[in-house]
Design a protein around this ligand. Structure first.
Ligand SMILES: NC(=O)C1=CN([C@@H]2O[C@H](COP(=O)(O)OP(=O)(O)OC[C@H]3O[C@@H](n4cnc5c(N)ncnc54)[C@H](OP(=O)(O)O)[C@@H]3O)[C@@H](O)[C@H]2O)C=CC1
Ligand SMILES: CC(C)(CO)C(=O)C(=O)O
Length: 303
């Protein structure tokens, strides 16, 4: 099975490297500057689950050949360019597994290719690239979840699962991938929202009564907006997410907060922005969400 990892950043670099370490045929679709960096220094993963370094196979958008599976690992604001760049590597048998946070990317991908070619996917991990191109992986959780929209256990899903079997990361096929994605979306939109608003990791926020209360209210607002839009979420999802945040390491940051600290663009429109639009369309007031999103918009405008 030939894997193409589209985007060799934190997520793509980590899961692609674990596949390579597991003896699979992995190639990274990168831009020229990352290709040069990888040719010179190799792919280096520094992880609490074990380091791994190797010389990866890379391609740029001009060097097309067909792949069996694409792990799509860009930021949401890079997606449209990536979908165009991916075209030469994909035929109708290729399966695409997007690992982005959120939900809004799905329509763009299925419009560009087709719904049959796309499975649902998500990751729970803290991973990022440092300046020298090293992939740092710092969370105890390093899980990828994916699956068919109708929940069936297809041959292609099983083949992907098998490729990861025995690797150092955790990979699971879900029978409810759409629900899993909405639930992760709720989690990350709230967690990235509060960590960015208060410029703090999750620890101090969950421990101060006022900020904890704010986080709980934000989750409730977002949950209600999602349910009104037709999302199926577990009845106790808010409590489950608070439990997860309580169990996270004190210093755990969202990738959005890390991006803000580096003055980088964020996925705010894709995560909180879409929810703010839905709230507006539903005619509901969502003051915590609006504050979180306004904060992110001000950052994007350079304030
Ligand atoms: N990092 C994390 O811990 C987690 C991230 N996620 C989600 O995963 C997704 C990816 O995040 P993350 O890995 O952190 O992002 P990164 O910015 O670390 O990685 C994205 C990579 O994609 C590359 N890229 C973008 N467009 C192209 C293109 N057209 N051709 C080739 N390469 C391209 C970028 O390269 P370049 O530098 O050249 O732009 C970059 O290396 C996001 O949606 C995020 O929300 C989910 C859970 C955890
Ligand atoms: C919170 C975390 C690390 C959990 O996977 C995440 O999804 C992100 O920061 O984008």
């Amino acid at each position: 099975m030939k894997f193409l990892v589209a985007g060799a950043g934190g997520v793509g670099g980590y899961f692609g490297s674990r596949l390579d370490e597991n003896g699979e045929d992995v190639t990274f679709l990168v831009r020229e500057s990352r290709q040069n960096q990888l040719a010179q220094s190799g792919m280096n993963v520094h992880s609490i689950h074990g380091n791994y370094s190797f010389t990866p196979k890379t391609v740029t958008k001009t060097e097309g050949s067909i792949f069996d599976v694409v792990l799509l690992c860009t930021k949401s604001y890079q997606l449209e360019q990536m979908l165009q760049d991916l075209q030469p590597f994909i035929d109708k048998e290729t399966v695409i597994i997007p690992l982005l946070n959120g939900m809004a990317h799905l329509e763009k991908i299925t419009n560009h290719f087709s719904r049959e070619q796309v499975m649902g996917g998500l990751v729970f991990i803290e991973a990022y690239l440092s300046q020298d191109g090293t992939v740092h992986q710092t969370s105890s959780t390093h899980r990828m979840v994916f699956g068919e929209w109708d929940g069936t256990s297809s041959r292609r899903a099983e083949a992907v699962r098998k490729a990861f079997e025995g690797s150092r990361c955790e990979v699971k096929v879900s029978t409810e991938i759409e629900k899993d994605m909405w639930e992760k979306y709720l989690f990350i939109a709230a967690m990235s929202g509060v960590t960015s608003l208060f410029s703090q990791p999750v620890g101090p926020i969950r421990e101060l009564a006022w900020t904890r209360g704010y986080l709980i209210q934000l989750i409730k607002e977002m949950e209600s907006i999602m349910r009104k839009s037709g999302a199926h979420l577990s009845s106790d999802i808010a409590e489950k997410h608070m439990k997860t945040m309580d169990a996270m390491k004190y210093e755990m940051k969202s990738s959005m907060l890390r991006d803000l600290e580096l003055g980088k663009k964020t996925e705010a429109s894709h995560l909180q922005g879409i929810l703010a639009e839905l709230a507006h369309a539903q005619g509901v007031s969502a003051p915590c969400l609006q504050t979180v999103f306004s904060n992110l918009q001000l950052h994007e405008q350079g304030f």
